[in-house]
Design a protein around this ligand. Structure first.
Ligand SMILES: *Cc1c(COP(=O)(O)O)cnc(C)c1O
Length: 361
């Protein structure tokens, strides 16, 4: 039986004027809607107390397990408004399935995909007025689950909270799409074999922040991580997968190694490759191979991908004191075309021949 997400309406929602002011310049991850989805799991009773409730703070006991042992997983997806006013999700079943896999890895309970999707549909329906209708804007959805039992013993929590919040989001890059500079970290890794790299969990992000600081100190925007064992094989950025395009028309991404997060955007791009006359390839790519390819011009384009920023061109790689400029530091043609194709499908401007969209309103 699926979980009900009935609306307990916020008695004090933002006024039309307040909402309009926020949506005129929403930024990213800064502003939240009037409601949120919640559900509680206990080992004794399973999932219960599910509802759409007014958005607001949790009251957290200082001994709450997640604050000490980081037993937490999350997801990220967007609701897109089409020109006719209808609202759609992009491959949300992939997020639902990944949420199950992440939860399994972190010894959290399974929220059935139907309940995950039900919570999101109910939240978007409650906060329909918050789905942006202009430009490259969307309603960013952030489902998450954490150990909410107040107990300092080290074991899987017997009380867990699920929540989904929603945030109107402007284009990820306020100033338009510009190539980013990437720091290749030879000091830190984000995930190792047997670890949690393939799970979408907060702990992976915590582990990546110091490398992000190292990148910033070197004038870079983001970090590229290599594998933990040999510091040799490309993995991904802190929160995005990575792709290279070669002069012989291959679209290459590091194969899923167990320590790489399986992105929905990554998967969608593999599927789109043929439309661009490219051969999709998943294989190991070494850091030296990439750097040589950039140097010789064999690697013609390089980009990162993920739900939040869609596709981000990479203009420079920085490794220690060396700078490698990709394709003159500009945005490659295929990178731009792939980005536009994905956005056109998401915003209903191109035919959804793969059945990737799910209508929610
Ligand atoms: C979420 C995430 C991605 C991108 O996944 P999408 O499903 O495409 O948004 C890539 N790497 C990491 C580490 C992530 O957490």
């Amino acid at each position: 039986m699926s979980l009900p997400f009935e609306l307990r309406a916020n008695p004090r929602p933002r006024s039309d004027a307040e909402r309009a002011a926020i949506m005129a310049d929403p930024g990213f991850g800064l502003n939240f809607t009037d409601h949120m989805a919640v559900a509680t799991w206990t080992s004794a009773d399973g999932w219960h107390d599910s509802a759409i409730v007014p958005y607001g703070p949790f009251s957290i006991d200082p001994a709450t397990a997640v604050l000490h042992y980081a037993q937490e997983v999350f997801e990220g997806l967007k609701a897109y408004q089409h020109a006719d006013g209808s609202v759609w999700l992009f491959r949300p079943e992939k997020n639902a399935e990944r949420f199950v896999r992440s939860a399994n890895r972190l010894a959290l309970p399974v929220l059935e995909p139907d309940d995950f999707l039900g919570s999101i549909e109910a939240l978007v329906a409650a906060d329909a007025a918050w789905v942006p209708s202009t430009g490259e804007q969307s309603l960013y959805l952030r489902p998450f689950m954490f150990a909410s039992e107040a107990f300092l013993g080290v074991r899987a929590a017997r009380r867990v909270t699920y929540c989904c919040i929603a945030s109107p989001a402007g284009p990820y890059f306020a100033g338009g799409v510009n190539p980013v500079k990437i720091w290749v970290s030879m000091t830190y890794t984000r995930a190792a074999s047997g670890g949690t790299g393939a799970a979408k969990c907060g702990g992976n992000y915590a582990a990546s922040l110091i490398a992000q600081q190292e990148a910033a100190e070197h004038g870079c925007d983001q970090v590229m991580f290599a594998d933990a064992a040999e510091h040799q094989w490309l993995e991904e950025l802190g929160g995005m997968n990575v792709y290279l395009i070669t002069a012989d028309h291959e679209l290459i991404t590091p194969e899923l190694s167990g320590s790489i997060l399986e992105g929905v955007t990554r998967d969608s791009i593999l599927d789109l490759a043929k439309e661009f006359g490219l051969t999709p390839v998943e294989r190991r790519v070494s850091v030296p191979e990439l750097l040589e390819g950039i140097g010789s011009g064999f690697v013609t384009e390089l980009f990162a991908c993920g739900t939040a920023a869609v596709i981000t061109p990479i203009g420079e790689l920085h490794l220690r004191d060396d700078v490698y400029t990709v394709a003159g530091g500009g945005t490659g043609e295929i990178t731009t075309a792939l980005r536009n194709t994905l956005l056109d499908i998401q915003y209903g401007r191109a035919e959804d021949s793969r059945g990737w969209l799910t209508r929610v309103l």
